[in-house]
Design a protein around this ligand. Structure first.
Ligand code: 6PG
Length: 235
């Protein structure tokens, strides 16, 4: 069952929930692990978390930051999710950052190495942030792609993506995402409204709408939406 949190400012709402989750994780396990989503929507969240008021609410030294996916580009490339997150947040806080090495020629080896780093956590990710693509993808799990059928591995390399940027990707798999304690979608804008409603209310078809494959086994699933993106959802 998905929980919806619809608000005028889902970025601020999610930041508040992240503060709570981080505090609880550090208190319970001495650390907080977070996988960042890419694209354009989360930049505002990362910039907010880097402001003096918000930055001080987290024990960043206890935080391990991973990525949900990365494009097969250099880390200083404008298309890199790492570059976006670094400029907006990561270069401003003393977190342990675990970058996906999208620049490696052998992406399969990069995926295996990243999985090793992720599993070294010794448990599931505390929070996985996700976005929703116009085609219903999330992370770099694209419609009708072989990665949707990955049941063992936690990180896989994809073929060239079917939408911009049309480059290969590294992505967390459904097993990695669905093992997380909390999986949060952040979606905003009327342009996503139809797809949000299709994913949440429409018939289940993970091949066509990969975001429907996000179903945490023991964790929580929350959609942080603004009114525009939630316009067509039955509530
Ligand atoms: C990526 C993201 C991707 C993104 C969606 C939504 O690397 O592009 O991980 O899954 O979250 O495509 O992107 P926007 O926020 O730009 O609409």
């Amino acid at each position: 069952m998905s929980n919806l949190r619809v608000s005028p400012n889902p970025v601020e709402d999610l930041a508040g929930q992240l503060e709570i989750a981080a505090r609880e994780s550090v208190a319970a396990r001495g650390r907080f692990s977070l996988a960042l989503s890419g694209g354009s929507t989360p930049r505002a969240l990362y910039e907010l978390l880097a402001t003096p008021d918000w930055k001080s609410r987290f024990e960043w030294e206890q935080c391990d930051v991973f990525f949900g996916d990365e494009r097969a580009v250099a880390p200083d490339d404008a298309l890199s999710n790492f570059k976006m997150a670094s400029e907006a947040l990561l270069r401003h806080v003393p977190a342990r950052v675990h970058r996906m090495e999208g620049e490696r020629v052998d992406l399969g080896s990069a995926a295996r190495d990243y999985e090793t780093r992720l599993r070294a956590l010794g448990g599931p990710l505390d929070v996985v942030l996700l976005g929703l693509g116009d085609d219903g993808h999330t992370a770099s799990l694209f419609p009708h792609s072989p990665q949707l059928n990955e049941v063992e591995g936690w990180v896989t390399a994809t073929p060239i993506a079917p939408m911009e940027p049309r480059v290969r990707r590294l992505t967390l798999s459904f097993p990695a995402i669905n093992a997380a304690r909390k999986v949060w979608f952040l979606v905003s804008g009327v342009g996503k409204a139809e797809r949000v409603a299709e994913v949440l209310d429409g018939p289940r078809d993970v091949e066509r709408l990969p975001s429907q494959g996000v179903a945490p086994q023991n964790g929580e699933l929350v959609w942080f939406l603004d009114e525009e993106a939630a316009r067509d959802v039955s509530r």
